[in-house]
Write a protein that binds this ligand. Structure first.
Ligand SMILES: [Zn+2]
Length: 403
């Protein structure tokens, strides 16, 4: 089914290391089989296990939902070569964080006034202090624009939700956990087939500032590698679980050419029914609808954090999406609202520039990555960027073969 062998070279910034993720999947020609987990809109039937669309050799990957150095991955020649290709003498000398209690980061003793590490968990900092790291994205720059994001997928029960987004002609940024892609590969492929913007959300969803350099690198590397393996696409964007990022983690992500996408509005949907009530989450959504209508985002848009974590978070999202479309001029994925036409290393799937997206959607949604077939965009601006990227990649491939 997947006849095209695609490999990629990741080397887009001066400090990024060279990686060589590979895949036999053509992201522009994904065909989902007619099996329950890819077609069911009723939830339980969707989670029956089926053999993956491409082989996944367990010995080649970390253990699902264990740290990415598990299963001996930190000792492989591949990972050692990656680790040793990085000049760690330039890494910020920041000691990994600790927990004050299970699940709670210890900010005691941290300089909250000067915030030397731009530690989001402590201060909500999104402007790095270190000049050698890629800067966070935290709000759509286009006015009256809502940046739609869903974390923690792919969820084996998400097909009904993705059907809904399709009916609403909406694309979102989907932050996929490597372990979930491992467990639910067809669901990851559906995200690409539907034209959503796929980004990385680590391998095992840790509080990543607590990890040492090797584990941080492994969490990002193996999650990105798994997404490429299953979907044929290598994301250039990621989101730290719980927003937990500082300049050390940013520096390591930068070595892999991964830019962080945070948020400036939090639905808190993941906690619904536990530490907050469903009504409180619904009130958050109502507030964000109101902000779209009352001019709060007249000069700059937002990025809203929500989850495809479970049926509750997805159903609450569905109930408010029509109101979002009424209250905001544009409801789009983050790649589109930030004019990122190439959110992947590969140039086979591109996203439209914002203006062309707005024009083709009639102001009610994006055109996404050139339709559900995932073929290249047609605007002249997108095409020129497309060509430049291709040239850069081609030049780098040439460099590699000379080494
Ligand atoms: Zn998450």
């Amino acid at each position: 089914m997947y006849g095209i062998i695609a490999s990629s070279v990741l080397f887009a910034t001066a400090s990024a290391v060279v990686t060589n993720y590979t895949s036999v999947v053509d992201p522009t020609n994904i065909k989902l089989p007619d099996i329950p987990q890819t077609t069911a809109s009723t939830f339980q039937a969707a989670c029956a296990w089926t053999a993956p669309p491409v082989p996944i050799a367990a010995s080649d990957w970390p253990t699902s939902w264990q740290p990415a150095t598990s299963n001996g991955m930190n000792g492989t020649a591949e990972f050692q070569a990656l680790y040793n290709s990085i000049d760690w003498t330039h890494a910020p000398q920041i000691t990994p964080r600790t927990l004050s209690s299970p699940g709670v980061l210890n900010t005691a003793g941290y300089d909250l006034v000067n915030d030397p590490d731009c530690w989001w968990t402590a201060t909500r900092c999104v402007t790095p202090k270190n000049s050698q790291v890629l800067k966070d994205i935290f709000a759509c720059e286009e006015p009256e624009t809502l940046g739609l994001t869903y974390d923690d997928g792919p969820n084996c029960t998400h097909d009904g939700f993705y059907d809904f987004l399709q009916q609403q002609n909406l694309k979102a940024s989907m932050f996929y956990i490597g372990s979930n892609v491992y467990d639910w590969p067809y669901q990851a492929q559906r995200g690409v087939k539907d034209g959503h913007h796929i980004a990385v959300h680590t391998w095992s969803h840790p509080m990543i500032t607590t990890m040492d350099n090797q584990n941080v690198l492994a969490e990002l590397y193996y999650a990105t590698k798994m997404i490429k393996h299953i979907t044929g696409l290598t994301p250039l964007y990621w989101r730290p679980p719980l927003g937990d990022i500082d300049d050390r983690v940013r520096w390591i992500a930068t070595q892999l050419n991964l830019t962080a996408i945070i948020w400036n509005l939090d639905t808190n949907d993941w906690a619904a029914g536990t530490t907050v009530t469903v009504e409180q989450v619904q009130q958050n959504y109502k507030n964000f609808v109101s902000m779209g209508a009352n001019g709060t985002f007249a000069n700059r848009g937002n990025i809203i954090l929500s989850h495809e974590l479970n049926n509750l978070t997805m159903s609450v999202a569905e109930s408010f999406i029509p109101q979002f479309k009424q209250a905001y001029k544009h409801v789009v994925d983050v790649a589109t609202c930030m004019n990122i036409t190439n959110p992947y290393v590969e140039n086979s799937v591109t996203f439209p520039v914002f203006t062309s997206s707005a024009a083709t959607s009639g102001g009610s949604g994006p055109s996404g990555p050139s339709g559900s077939s995932g073929t290249s965009g047609s605007s002249s601006v997108a095409s020129s960027i497309h060509i430049n990227t291709a040239l850069i990649v081609a030049a780098l491939i040439a460099c590699l073969f000379q080494v």
